[in-house]
Ligand binder design. Sequence first.
Ligand code: 1QQ
Length: 391
Amino acid sequence: MFVLGLSLSACGGGGAKESSGSPASGPATEGQGSGGEAAGPIEAKIGAVLILSGGAAAYGEAQRSGLEMAKDELNEKYAGKLKLDIVYEDTGGKKESAINAVNKLINEDRVVAIIGPTLSAEMFAAGPVANENETPIFGISNTAEGINDIGPYVFRNSLPESIAIPTAMKAAQNRYHFKTAALIYANNDDFSVSGYKTMKKTAEELGLEIVAEESFAVGDVDFSAQLTNIKKADPDVLLISALYKEGALVVKKAREMGLRARILGGNGFNNPKVFEIAGDAAEGLIVATPFSPEKNDPKVQAFVKAYEARYGKKPDQFAAQAYDGLTIIAESLLKAGKADRKLLRDQLAELKDFEGVSGKLSFDERRNPIGEAVVVVAKGGKYVPLESVSD
Ligand code: 1QQ
């Protein structure tokens, strides 16, 4: 009952660059003629701009694993028709590195499309570069508000927090009947700030009294001052909007300090590192995710099995969305008939009812995903559907 069909309404225009009638782009990869049948397979070079080092690297590592598995499977499935090649760039989570990576991929590697960057903050910085260069850029983990407003070449298959968070909060509220809430978030990360705003708005809509609000910066390791204030306020629920490292440290410290509140987090918590860092303190943590490796669906189970055989661990949401993202691009390239940026963009914009491992996906008129979220809770070192637990 917590798997909800969700649909998005259009976002406000907000001065987005919606260039229509843009000049036809030239062939994006060498060896592809601009007309007629291509002699061999469509050879498509894709850029992947990921966090592969630093304090949020587990997101990018899962994404790279998902992409590599999808690439090998797709190259085999479409042998003779499509040949995918991925050029990886590590940003370390830095906006400047994301901008440089996108410039390099467009101008030097001549990629037909870019996957990533991992963080919304990086997409806000680097997305405009791809958009101005009429190169499709496809977010597989950007969940902040306003991503698609960057422009018509910007896509994402990651469910926005404005959908996922209210789904989780409503499910938790129906079950636990909170009266008061406290909030804590990273104030220098676009995703965390966006998630915090959604949490606050939803708490107000649910009639909760907000008894404390605290913030920190990405990279912080000591949260005692903020949690002392929160503990004094004694909320029924603590809402955390953060990346996994800081988020898990907040959860751990909160429990060490004896906070009794239920804890609900955003998309940043959808990574197994949370359990490594927070340990037993993670027990009971509630989040929403479009992907659960426990889902009783043959497609999901086949993916989980193949991933486990290849990497020796279960895929998380970030691996699943990466896997789906590359599959969407591959299928759109086949429809486009050649590795051309503009033709690919137009095919991506048409996407409807794609059945991926992270659920069914269509885009709304602003290329935002219309998808499904499942609410999960941490139990014994992994996330299980909230509806499957009794306490
Ligand atoms: C964003 C996110 C992060 C948690 C991605 C890793 O959702 O930056 O939008």
